[in-house]
Design a protein around this ligand. Structure first.
Ligand code: HEM
Length: 482
């Protein structure tokens, strides 16, 4: 009797194992039947990297999409890639099958930011950190709503300095300083001046080295950046130590990071906190600065829209006794035209043209094989510029946002588990800057007004050199630069 039951158990075990094997084999066979997407892989090793950089990368992708359709393969930057240019494919990678695609960055970049920064991760660590960062940057009364007066003070000080002596400024460089200061405010609240300067100085060296060639040769931009990153860690460690000693709970991002405990009561290490501070600063600065530079460029190039934005902002300006009162959250939320201008600028410029993920298993999408280890790139810009979703896509037309875009066709802040947690802060910065700019200042663009430069995000040629000045008669209706 005992032997019979043992035999039955062995039989059941073996038949389960056999069925599992059959299912897996069937899966593998069907996967092997799936073919790679159409496209070309270029030369061995270099692939099509040179072609991509010899033309504008956006034109490279658009040309390929025209030739091969919404799903195509290529080989760039040393990696075989599948490009995806449809809303459904983007949703597949970033939302419904996000667990099958991991974020992927070069190790050299990871070293500069810090390996524990949230965007290098997925899974439990990512989920809990993301929740924390999202909470600290959410538009509720205790978080970014509280930052409105501080952001306004930074806007006013930046605009006043640009207008001083009507000198020509590099708009993008100035926007970088401004977005850095806002990032600092969101992370540290009010920070001691000595720490500020030290952090700023070292962060600038890291920033310069980020897009340089990674090498071990001393004295190169990359090596200088690594040394500056180490110093940043030391300064942040002192700041963290002081905060812990004071034992005051502050509602800024550092306060949230210090207060974090996972379900097992585990807190974050100093390195994890530092990596995430540098990560957030990094994610916040160039993106917001590029977006703001484009907003100014599009307003400048579209005088009628600028006039309408000024009229909208004037109502708020007058309600606030010509800026004697600070903007309220309700006023920030009630700037419909300005908001649509910002959305349309984000669509037109598509600052994050695409993102990278890596397939963690062999998988199939619409009959095409995406092999394990291949990079997958949702092409946001191609979708934002498709006439199928945005009529006359090259035309700057904020009114198109009077109606909400179709699902997964407008993703300036990404989509899914890694979508931008800083989007509300970025919009707040932009709305506040446009408010003060159009109600009190005028500006003109100097030199050539067309062309795009990559740094690495797209920016107007030469960073949009411009001259700003204070409007002497603020009731005048004639608008800046025109
Ligand atoms: C106009 C300005 C901005 C744009 C266009 C932008 C865009 C994006 C996009 C497209 C992603 C997703 C990337 C991906 O899926 O691979 C992202 C992620 C992220 N952004 Fe932003 N961003 C902006 C401003 C900010 C600001 C102001 C902050 C913080 C203060 C911020 C913090 C982050 C972080 C931490 C992530 C990583 C999220 C994660 O991996 O879970 N961003 N951003």
């Amino acid at each position: 009797m005992e032997i019979a039951s043992i035999l039955i158990c062995i039989f059941l075990f073996l038949s389960t194992l056999f069925s599992y094997y059959l299912i897996q084999r069937q899966k593998r066979n069907s996967m092997h039947k799936a073919k790679l997407p159409p496209g070309s892989m270029g030369w061995p090793y270099i692939g099509e990297t040179l072609q991509m950089y010899s033309m504008d990368p956006n034109i490279f992708f658009a040309t390929k999409q025209k030739r091969y359709g919404d799903v195509f393969k290529t080989h760039i930057l040393g990696c075989p890639c599948v490009m995806l240019a449809s809303p459904e494919a983007t949703k597949f990678v970033l939302v419904t099958h996000a667990h099958l695609f991991k974020p992927t960055y070069p190790k050299s970049k990871e070293k500069l930011i810090g390996p524990s920064a949230l965007f290098f991760h997925q899974g439990d660590y990512h989920i809990s950190l993301r929740k924390l960062i999202q909470n600290s940057l959410s538009p509720n009364p205790n978080t970014i709503q509280k930052l409105v007066p501080g952001i306004e003070a930074l806007v006013i000080s930046a605009l006043d300095s640009w207008a001083e002596g009507r000198k020509v400024i590099n708009t993008y460089h100035e926007m970088k300083k401004f977005s850095f200061d806002v990032g600092f405010l969101a992370i540290f609240g009010q920070l001691d001046e000595t720490y500020r300067e030290k952090l700023k100085e070292n962060y600038c060296i890291v920033d310069k080295g980020y897009n340089s060639f990674p090498t071990k040769i001393p004295g190169t931009a990359y090596q200088k950046a690594l040394l500056a990153r180490k110093r940043l860690g030391e300064i942040l460690s002192q700041i963290i130590c002081e905060r812990k000693e004071k034992k005051t709970m502050q509602n800024d991002l550092l306060g949230h990071l210090l207060n974090f405990q996972d379900e097992n009561g585990q807190t974050l290490t100093e390195d994890q906190i530092s990596d995430n501070i540098i990560g957030v600063l990094f994610a916040a600065q160039d993106t917001t600065a590029s977006a703001l530079t484009w907003v100014l460029k599009y307003l400048h190039d579209n005088p009628k829209i600028l006039e309408a934005v000024e009229a909208e902002q004037k109502t708020t300006y007058e309600a606030n006794d010509v800026c004697k009162k600070t903007l309220s959250w309700a006023q920030i939320k009630n700037m419909p035209l300005t908001y649509r201008v910002i959305l349309e600028s984000l669509r037109m410029a598509s600052i994050i043209s695409f993102t990278f993920r890596e397939a963690v298993v062999d998988l199939e999408y619409k009959g095409y094989l995406i092999p394990k280890g291949w990079k997958v790139m949702p092409l946001f810009r191609n979708i934002h510029h498709s006439p199928e979703f945005f009529s006359d896509p090259q035309n700057f037309d904020p009114s198109r946002f009077e109606v909400g875009p179709k699902p997964n066709t407008f993703m300036p802040f990404g989509k899914g588990v890694h979508a931008c947690p800083g989007n509300e802060l970025a919009k707040l910065e932009m709305l506040s800057l446009v408010h003060h700019l159009v109600t009190k200042f005028r500006w003109e663009v100097v030199g050539s007004q067309s062309g795009i430069q990559y740094g690495p995000f797209p920016i107007p040629q030469h960073g949009l050199p411009a001259r700003f000045w204070k409007e002497s008669n603020q009731s005048q209706t004639q608008l800046g630069g025109h």
